[in-house]
Ligand binder design. Structure first.
Ligand code: F0G
Length: 417
């Protein structure tokens, strides 16, 4: 019998192993940790089991995370803190296919999670683990979505939630959620990278459980975005999955999800990952174009506040994801991502600015010939349109939002344009 029958934490650099009940986020050598399980864990599981759960009324099966529980976390049902989450929709819109020049283009809308972003998928697992470890307080640094998610799940679990956010840099919808759900909100005079650094010092010193995506259990939950996409497509993988990249948690999780799905025999073909950064916050893109020779840090600035990150913590495991999937890293300007957001919004789907990097990036990669004619693409929309209402109201054309007198004549004039 192995020393770790239900799994272990493993250093990505030196392969050291630690028990699942140790509170640690990095190895002695500084490497990031990954949650691993004994070989053969996926035996007997697969499309038939997951598809049966999709039609089940049982609580855990209804969560798009815990539907895949054997590959997420070996927790007892009564330990699980679930809203439930996931089970988001996959959309297709002719207008967006035409705009991107990609016929087989789908959108997985992670903004349809309970707190309006994909973060809930990782948070349900990290919060469950926090409870299992007996933590009383949980914390994260955030550009706004992780903090909203933490606040909601901490509220549900009855734990104290503490969030570190860059002062004045969080979109209004996200800050409002974080406060409404009751988290102690520390507005750091500095950027996200400074908040992340401070949080790491504080959690080590003050014994608060850290639930940023540096936490390997967050990654386990976020894998289910990809597993659910595969299930949505009847286990016929797309050629590409395109998504925005900031702190690189999703990039890490998506690569791991595909590796495990392939190993378990759920799929035979592995999609290529396309991680898309904003030009003003592009350290991962800079590393990619140099063949990952150097790890870059930048002073980040972009309209997409969710991904205004200059020194992503999950660099190492994200690099592995790109290399293993023959993936690419791209970048788009603020103008390009806002143009893509406008198209997504106008199609009736809607998303927050960072999410639109996926479509902007897919269109660009198609234009460059990296995505070939006839190849299929799933774009992940990471956050809801109402997360950042100011970006919409600031850019609305004068001809669309018109104040008028309460007269029929004024209505007639406005309609005549
Ligand atoms: N899209 C949205 C809407 C996000 O909120 C984030 C990250 C990303 C994309 C990037 O994902 O970090 O896994 O590469 N938001 C974090 C937060 C940083 O604090 O909410 P990543």
């Amino acid at each position: 019998m192995s020393a770790h029958p239900h799994g272990w934490l493993e250093c990505l650099r030196c392969k050291a192993k630690f028990g699942l009940h140790e509170i640690r986020y990095t190895c002695e050598c500084g490497g990031l940790l990954s949650s691993e399980r004994p070989q053969g864990w996926g035996r007997g599981l697969g499309p038939a089991v997951f598809d049966a759960r999709l039609g089940s009324r049982q609580g855990l099966d209804r969560s798009g995370v815990w539907r895949f529980r054997e590959g997420v976390l070996d927790a007892r049902p009564d330990e699980i803190v679930s809203h439930p989450e996931g089970a988001t929709r996959l959309y297709q819109r002719r207008a967006l296919c035409d705009w991107a020049g990609i016929d087989a283009l789908h959108f997985k809308h992670e903004g349809e999670n309970p707190t309006g972003s994909f973060k809930d998928r990782g948070m349900t697992v990290a919060m469950t683990q926090a409870k299992r470890l007996g933590s009383t307080a949980v914390a994260c640094a955030s550009t706004g979505n992780t903090s909203a998610s933490l606040a909601a799940y901490a509220g549900q679990a009855g734990l104290k939630g503490v969030v570190f956010v860059p002062a004045g840099k969080v979109a209004v919808g996200k800050l409002a959620q974080t406060l409404a759900y009751g988290a102690l909100t520390l507005q750091i005079r500095g950027d996200f990278d400074a908040a992340m650094d401070l949080l790491q010092q504080a959690s080590a010193k003050l014994g608060i459980y850290l639930v940023n995506s540096i936490n390997p259990f967050r990654i386990e939950g976020q894998k289910t975005i990809v597993w659910e996409i595969l299930q949505d497509l009847a286990w016929q993988p797309p050629d590409w999955i395109a998504f925005p990249a900031g702190n690189l948690g999703n990039t890490s999780a998506f690569g791991k999800a595909l590796r495990e799905a392939k190993q378990a025999g759920w799929i035979t073909k592995v999609p290529r990952l396309a991680a898309v950064q904003a030009h003003g916050a592009n350290p991962f893109f800079r590393s990619f174009v140099e063949g990952f020779k150097t790890r870059h840090k930048v002073q980040a600035e972009t309209v997409a506040s969710a991904i205004r990150i200059g020194d992503p913590v999950s660099y190492e495991r994200a690099r592995a994801s790109i290399e293993e999937t023959n993936g690419v890293v791209s970048e788009v300007t603020d103008e390009e991502l806002l143009a893509a957001k406008r198209e997504i919004d106008r199609s009736g789907i809607g998303c927050e600015p960072a999410s639109a990097c996926s479509l902007a990036g897919a269109r660009k990669l198609r234009g460059e010939g990296v995505i070939k004619p006839g190849e299929s693409v799933v774009c992940v929309l990471t956050g809801h349109v109402l997360k950042d209402p100011e970006v919409v109201t600031k850019h609305v054309p004068a001809s669309q939002l018109i104040e008028i007198d309460p007269t029929l004549a004024a209505v007639e004039k406005a309609l005549a344009g």
